[in-house]
Design a protein around this ligand. Structure first.
Ligand code: PFF
Length: 459
């Protein structure tokens, strides 16, 4: 086979890809979502299921997604069409690309609104609003923000514009250098927060909550949320990692890079949890406080530590940045597709997608105030408003189904020769292990979790 070349360019090195993929993976999912869903689902047992999902489902599917991307070298829709054709399979497989594009748009619509909270908190913290703040004070500042649709809309607009600017220039320029510096800084600040939690929080209680599994606290819905989160946090199942894989140079090891990205992503999430829960318990807060959890707890740390205004401002700045590098990857599949199929330039394509996502974001904005309502879904998920509906639909349903389809395609419908050639692991245990995982472990795990939730089976 002659080597295909992506019209969108290529990462300059292995490191560039690792940074970009880590930039995509590490984001609000790790620092905002992981702590609050862990809090809502009882802690340790949930964390354990999430970690197992990362290991046995996430890493093999990430490898599958990257290898599909690199082999196809186009947007996920066109990559799937090309590979299905090449492997003599039905064109229906391109549905993976279409569903992923839709999932990406739905996710970016609420992701941008939440990232807007982080941007708002940069300024809040810098103004010294949290100095000496109490738990009630921090909660009411947060409530003030989310109940104000205009402010939310303004920050959502700012964040979406930032995303469109980078994507319109091509994800390669700038992204690489920025991630190289800012990711380690975020890591250091998280360590600082964990250090603060060790001294000022109920650290032992926080750790016990995170790492002592209590399976009686875990529901079938919790298991699905843990699995869905493994996909969400690793950016899997919608084509983001596939499109980044399509820019990966041929000689880079897919297995090694995937493992590195997964480890870094998991570390960031665990550090965030270790920083937050000790503070939650020390301040008598509710672990199940929902999406506002970090915005109500972290200001307590920044409000009371030496240099808190500076560190706090920096923290929310880095959180914004982490969200930014994820948001970019959420719209890249759609933008790449528009460029390939409609012949428009990147700037126009990014703007069109940005405007659609911005409009969709209004649904999320309103669901925190005027459109708030309570609902129960499948007897397992309770939520308040369309934000939760979008979150459950994408992270818990669309991403696992997308990932399932990718695993089945790579494991059962691509020839062994193709996947072997792309992974370049030889024919030993590593390759066999991966193939077994995408053929059996990952698909069965996803299917069992779904059937269990639907009540078809009882495990
Ligand atoms: N992985 C990102 C996070 O954890 O914040 C979110 C995300 C990005 C999900 C890209 C899905 C995706 F395709």
């Amino acid at each position: 086979m002659t080597e295909r070349i992506s019209i969108h360019g290529q990462w300059s090195s292995r490191l560039a890809f690792i940074l970009a993929a880590t930039g995509s993976a590490v984001g609000l999912g790790n620092i905002w979502k992981f702590p609050y869903i862990t809090g809502e689902n009882g802690g340790g047992a949930f964390v354990l299921v999430y970690l197992l999902c990362v290991l046995f489902i996430g890493i093999p599917i990430m490898m599958a997604e990257v290898l599909i991307g690199r082999r196809g070298r186009q947007s996920p829709i066109n990559t799937m069409r090309t590979l299905a054709h090449e492997e003599h399979q039905h064109g229906i497989w391109q549905l993976i690309g279409w569903a992923g594009m839709v999932a990406g748009l739905l996710i970016i619509s609420f992701y941008s609104v939440i990232a807007g909270w982080a941007v708002a908190y940069v300024f809040r913290t810098a103004s010294g609003a949290f100095t000496g703040v109490t738990a009630d004070g921090a909660a009411s500042i947060f409530a003030g923000l989310v109940s104000d649709p205009e402010r939310l809309l303004a920050w959502h607009t700012v964040f979406m514009a930032m995303t469109v600017v980078v994507v319109s220039r091509g994800v390669r320029s700038g992204l690489e250098k920025a991630v190289k510096i800012l990711m380690p800084m975020l890591f250091v600040l998280l360590l600082l927060l964990v250090g603060y939690a060790m001294n000022s929080g109920k650290f032992a209680e926080g750790l016990a909550f995170l790492f002592t599994p209590d399976f009686s606290a875990l529901t079938a819905g919790g298991v699905l949320t843990a699995m869905g989160h493994a996909f969400f946090t690793l950016s899997l199942g919608m084509g983001a990692i596939m499109v980044y894989g399509s820019y990966l140079p041929k000689n880079v090891s897919i297995a090694k890079t995937s493992v590195i990205v997964a480890i870094m992503d998991t570390l960031v999430a665990l550090l965030a949890g270790m920083a937050i829960f000790p503070l939650v318990f020390a301040n008598g807060l509710e672990p199940a406080a929902g999406p506002g959890l970090i915005f109500k707890t972290l200001p307590l740390a920044f409000g009371h530590m030496a240099g808190g205004t500076l560190f706090g401002t920096l923290f929310f700045l880095l959180l914004t940045f982490a969200a930014w590098t994820s948001a970019i990857s959420l719209i890249e599949p759609a933008v790449a597709w528009l460029v390939e199929n409609r012949g428009v330039d990147r700037a126009k394509a990014s703007t069109v997608i940005g405007v659609i996502a911005w409009l969709l974001g209004i649904v999320t904005i309103m669901s925190f105030n005027s459109w708030a309502f309570e609902f129960t879904f499948a007897g397992e998920f309770k939520g308040s408003g369309l934000f939760d509906v979008l979150d459950i639909l994408t992270a818990n349903i669309m991403l696992p189904l997308g990932g399932l389809a990718m695993a089945i395609f790579a494991g059962w419908y691509m020839s062994e020769r193709s996947t072997k050639d792309e992974l370049n692991l030889g024919d030993g245990l590593l390759y066999r292990g991966w193939r077994f995982a995408v053929r059996f472990i990952a698909p069965l795990a996803v299917i069992i979790v779904f059937l269990q939730l639907l009540g078809v089976i009882k495990v």
